[in-house]
Design a protein around this ligand. Sequence first.
Ligand code: AMP
Ligand code: MG
Length: 404
Amino acid sequence: MPEMAPPLLTIAAARERVLKAARPLGIERVAIADARGRVLAADLQAAGDVPPFPCSAMDGYAILAGDAGRTLQVVGESRAGIPSSLPISGRNAIRISTGGAVPAGATAVIRQEDVEAHDGTILTRATVGAGENVRGAGEDMRSGETVLRAGTALGAAELGAAVAAGAAELPVARRPRVQVLCTGDELRAPGEPLGPGEIHNSNAPMLDALAAEQGAVVGEPARRLPDDPAATEAGLAAALERADVVIVSGGVSVGPHDHVKPALAVLGVEEVFWRVALQPGKPTWVGRRGDVLVFGLPGNPVSAVVTFALFVRPALAALQGRTEERSLEPEAVLGAAVPQNPDREQAVRVRLERRDGTLVAMPNGPQGSHIVTSLLGADALALVPAGAGELEAGAVVALERLPH
Ligand code: AMP
Ligand code: MG
């Protein structure tokens, strides 16, 4: 009697298994200059108030708050970085620049355009209230306040806030070391002339780039493995020794020249899952050996990118402790009808557009798993549920964003 195949895992269930298998990597401290794109490993508190002292929001004069029509003696200057130690009384003023420390006694800053200045005096032409044009100490950050949370990806704003908070280095997650391997006797290097039956290895640069985009340290550039059991095993064995994540494309199906799964079994890699109810991307195999994760992605270039986006990307994020992990929630409407697959959820390459405040997902041309050009300009994968007919335009779909 033929063996019944187990029901295929849903994308969500497969992803959950991947995330469960991904143990966060260790922590290291890096200088701010090296922290861009890294993931913060501990909450960061402000070392002091920011701004550290009351300072002027304008170029003008530090004075006592009060009415227009006062004549005041200008007794000094407080520039940004060079404060004045002279105190302010009801009869004098100190010239002040934006960012200059507000001198002792002053309760307001009058803008330069609101005074008439002659020979060391000013005549106030406007009424200024207490605190006007003065930035209070700690208005931005209070000493001890948590400014950034562990798990935050560090971009421009986060690095600026960290420096303002007093940090010079930051604890960040170690970057995952990734090794990409591409199986296939048919694969040729970029620009190499093609013999009969041969194609160029387009997965190699795509998978290297996608991994690097997620903060991975990509080992040596993607290596090609011939469709030979011994070579497949040797290539995988070497990658398993030096990487935190091994990504192998092609050769993971059940054809006579698919050697990846048997090789991984010999190498002691345990299965996390095999096959997903996903089109394209059904024959995806994920495993682990100790803390090393192995992703066997289908060889078709679109399938490889789709399964990277849905399974490898979240794993790389989790290894780095990233907390803003996106869940697959409905968030866009389909811009055109899409024929459904009766058994599998589909990952449709889409462009995203805003129309009257609604996010619309427009299918990005032919959707075959070999159509690399369907990835060009695609903003996201729209997940179209399995079904008998077609999913009509206007239906709400979940999105997995694609990097640009
Ligand atoms: P496989 O998963 O090995 O059965 O491959 C499925 C299809 O993807 C075949 O048409 C392969 O030629 C193609 N393919 C496999 N690996 C690559 C690659 N690295 N670049 C481009 N196409 C590939
Ligand atoms: Mg193959």
